[in-house]
Design a protein around this ligand. Structure first.
Ligand SMILES: CC(C)(COP(=O)(O)OP(=O)(O)OC[C@H]1O[C@@H](n2cnc3c(N)ncnc32)[C@H](O)[C@@H]1OP(=O)(O)O)[C@@H](O)C(=O)NCCC(=O)NCCS
Length: 252
């Protein structure tokens, strides 16, 4: 197992993308989108959304959710259009039984999306299962209670062994790694968080350690910590170890 290798420099983590986008078979591209700046061009994004997506945006009660949805779906369409040399508004999405979206008619390119607070992350790969998750590090959650209810026994013990100052970071590292794995598998809540283990100790590389239902799973999946910026945690999961990941900043 070798994991994912970063193709772009670690510092800065998110760099400007090339003008012409090419997604090779051994690459993963992750895009960071600032919701506030992307939403400033909401009319352009709204124009590329399908009818059902506009309806979903309209039905969202909270303004923050609406902005995140318009930005994540709109930019997803814009980027897929650039990868596929297609009109963003012409793309059609289907959904698996658990709600995971996929592209109809262009099965080669797969993607995963995540949004939290002011950030959207979008990840793309060819012919692989992929999951990305970003979380805003909140202070208003009962972290110990959520961990005891949802995490695996060993993860809870690791969390309890940490100092207060590193516990929050470890909790969100664990949470995003688990969400990214569940999203890559595309099975939603049918894969409980307590049935698989990931690394969470600060400084330890992101890794899938154990999956109760199949001991071969950690050999199949590569996991990478993403550094989305202050106050956020994020993770990427893909079912191939020898890929190069690039992290691009979306500027429109
Ligand atoms: C569906 C789910 C994956 C969404 O995750 P989230 O952290 O709430 O939200 P994110 O912003 O990260 O991801 C949302 C995106 O995931 C995608 N998505 C939806 N269902 C999905 C699924 N089954 N698999 C993968 N991706 C999915 C969509 O693209 C969605 O974007 P959209 O809202 O713009 O359509 C999540 O709610 C879920 O099922 N989690 C299960 C994990 C679990 O067991 N939790 C227990 C503790 S409460």
């Amino acid at each position: 197992m070798t994991g994912l290798t970063r193709a772009t420099p670690r510092d800065p983590f998110w760099v400007s993308p090339p003008a012409a986008l090419m997604l090779a078979g051994d690459e993963v591209h992750v895009w960071r989108v600032d919701v506030r700046s992307a939403y400033a061009r909401r009319n352009d994004l709204w124009r590329v959304l399908a009818k059902d997506e506009r309806q979903k945006a309209t039905d969202l009660v909270f303004e923050g959710d609406r902005k995140r949805f318009v930005v994540s779906r709109g930019v997803l369409r814009v980027l897929l259009g650039r990868y596929l040399r297609a009109q963003p508004g012409s793309l059609v999405f289907g959904y698996n039984p658990y709600g995971k979206p996929f592209l109809v008619g262009a099965p080669g390119v797969r993607f995963s999306t995540s949004h939290s607070h002011d950030l959207v992350l979008l990840a793309f790969v060819r012919d692989r299962d992929i999951g990305v998750d970003v979380e805003h590090l909140r202070d208003d959650l009962g972290l110990d209670e959520i961990a005891s209810r949802h995490f695996a026994t060993r993860e809870v013990a690791t969390l309890r062994s940490l100092t207060n100052s590193s516990r929050k970071e470890a909790f969100f590292a664990c949470w995003t790694r688990k969400e990214a794995f569940v999203k890559a598998k595309g099975r939603g809540l049918t894969l409980p968080f307590s049935r698989f283990e990931v690394t969470l100790t600060p400084g330890q590389p992101a890794m899938l350690l154990k999956v109760e239902e199949d001991i071969r799973e950690p050999f199949r999946w590569a996991m990478q910590e993403l550094i989305p910026g202050p106050g956020y945690a994020a993770a990427l999961v893909v079912d191939e170890h020898n890929l190069r990941s690039s992290c691009w900043q979306y500027t429109g």
